[in-house]
Design a protein around this ligand. Structure first.
Ligand code: ADP
Length: 171
């Protein structure tokens, strides 16, 4: 086991190359839209070099938010009604992003759920102060990335394309 641990430490490039191309559902919540942060937030993901595959402004109806599989795990939480009010209080920006290890890297760019615990340099660390107004959502696993993109986008809204910058991002 010691040998194995050592080889993991000395072969980080091998571990990195095992990470797969994934999709993440990233959503700018109504506070991000109302505060004029759409360009700023999209820009952070664009600059990272991941691929935008879907993008739309959407007013989520209350019934859909309540029944939506998206926040299903949180239905029993005391803050669930507030969360539904928040998410339906104005338009959101729905995005599908693709890249190697994009789920984890997007969550790093987004920062901790509670903006007061989020590191400076992250979206929530720089732009938010409260968990209930944390401006952006990012999928927490590749499975949820695929599931959430299928929930929020209709067929034909997610586009397959090759950015010209690709050879400049990967050797
Ligand atoms: P994350 O969005 O970082 O993946 P969770 O999946 O735990 O975090 O929660 C989903 C969303 O529910 C949070 O982003 C936040 O908007 C809301 N939320 C979570 N916990 C609380 C809380 N204690 N009070 C108010 N809203 C909360």
């Amino acid at each position: 086991p010691n040998k194995l641990r050592k080889s993991r430490i000395f072969l980080p490039h091998l571990v990195a190359s095992m990470v797969e191309v994934e999709e993440s559902y990233i959503m700018i919540k109504p506070d991000g839209v109302q505060r004029g942060l759409v360009g700023e937030i999209i820009s952070r993901f664009e600059k990272k070099g991941i691929k935008l595959k879907g993008l739309k402004l959407y007013q989520c109806p209350t019934e859909l938010a309540q029944d939506n599989e998206h926040y299903k795990d949180l239905q029993s939480k005391s803050f669930f009604p507030n969360l539904i009010d928040y998410i339906t209080s104005g338009p959101v920006v729905c995005m599908a992003w693709e890249g190697v290890g994009v789920v984890a890297s997007a969550r790093k760019l987004i920062g901790a759920t509670n903006p007061l615990n989020a590191e400076p340099g992250t979206i929530r660390g720089d732009l938010a102060v409260q968990t209930g107004r944390n401006v952006v959502h990012g999928s927490d696993s590749p499975e949820n990335g695929n599931r959430e993109i299928a929930l929020w986008f209709k067929e034909g809204e997610v586009v397959e394309w090759t950015p010209v910058q690709e050879p400049w991002l990967k050797e």
